[in-house]
Write a protein that binds this ligand. Sequence first.
Ligand SMILES: Cc1cc2nc3c(=O)[nH]c(=O)nc-3n(C[C@H](O)[C@H](O)[C@H](O)COP(=O)(O)OP(=O)(O)OC[C@H]3O[C@@H](n4cnc5c(N)ncnc54)[C@H](O)[C@@H]3O)c2cc1C
Length: 381
Amino acid sequence: MNILVVGGGMAGLTFAISALRLGYQVTIAEKNNRVGKKISATGNGKCNIGNEFVSIKHFNDSKIASTVLHAINVDTYKHFLHSVGIFTYTDNAGRMYPLSDSASTVVDCLRHTLQDLGGIVIQAEVTRITAKNGKYAVKIGDNTHIYDKVVLSVGSGSQAPAPNTSALIGSQYLTATYPSLVPIKVTNNDPTLNGIRHKCNATLVADGQNLYTESGEVLFRDYGLSGICIFNMSAHIARNLVQGKQHDYQICLDLFPTLTHDELTAILQARTHLPVDRLWGTLLHNKLAQYVTKRANCPTDAFKLAHTAKNLTFNYSKLLDWTMSQVTTGGVDEQHLNLRNLTLPNGIICIGEMLNVDGLCGGNNLYFAAASALYAAASMD
Ligand SMILES: Cc1cc2nc3c(=O)[nH]c(=O)nc-3n(C[C@H](O)[C@H](O)[C@H](O)COP(=O)(O)OP(=O)(O)OC[C@H]3O[C@@H](n4cnc5c(N)ncnc54)[C@H](O)[C@@H]3O)c2cc1C
């Protein structure tokens, strides 16, 4: 069987290697000048390639994700990684990284294995796929080729040019899409805080109800808030948007998660006699201290200062755009996909981030991209 894989990212490369090992002929069409370009940028160049504690609760509510994660566990994934020369370590949070701490070595392992197995790469964009008599006529660059099977792994427009997914398969199979794992613009921030990091508990509040809380470092930016816990909040907002749910959101930061309100009040009570610029000592970065004091609007009221610092609330304005997002929420809808082999009604296999599956930060998205490829290759008819 002659298979075309459209897109040479984590999903496409993993599928191609798996199918070549099963004895199929495989060609990858990749519009970039090299395969694995996005992988090279992951994990700040270190590539957080998976998560030892991968779980459906770190993904959107998706039958595709639960089917794939049920079938492909961490051992199966690691077995694949080892088979191509990718050896990993795991940090305290379960995040898996290559021992080299280098994303480019991950790309090299995948690329070399593909070559060793005889995989072909055509550097051109696929612009049309026509299913005819059980085969597929595919326009790659200026030429049309015939394949027995087509696998789409075109990814998303997060920090990449948007793929032409609806032109290839038709928009009827796709949900709306939104950028996810992205900074959040807020209306009432102070640009002078730009660049300050602070460890806190961050809570996403939707219409007055707490929706999601995570502990971690928030990075204040001139436009709003960033950092891993803010990225994960953005996923919850983006998933609601895909479902057409609009809410009035606020982000509430507890700047002192290890102190109770009473403890913080007592500490500040003993310091309110000091000049305002000495009030917070080493409790907060100077600029953040000034901002909290201003928001509390009464530098001598320890109770009010503590309350403000433990409930520093920002009004959500919008998610930042695709150029800042790590993944995309939405994509090929599970309603139209045969979950047994991830095929559309016309037999085209869809894998990776182009599916309506998105994971939180921590290696979940590369894991899913590869796991969906391993699952689809193993269940191919
Ligand atoms: C900056 C950044 C950091 C990230 N860090 C992490 C991390 O540390 N850990 C993690 O788990 N996830 C991370 N992610 C997310 C992760 O990289 C993606 O979820 C994953 O790479 C998706 O893989 P994919 O193969 O499905 O799609 P992609 O990697 O997007 O690959 C799709 C490929 O298809 C090609 N293509 C598209 N359309 C066509 C066409 N018509 N013809 C030919 N080729 C086409 C594209 O050029 C692309 O190469 C990060 C993402 C970004 C942007």
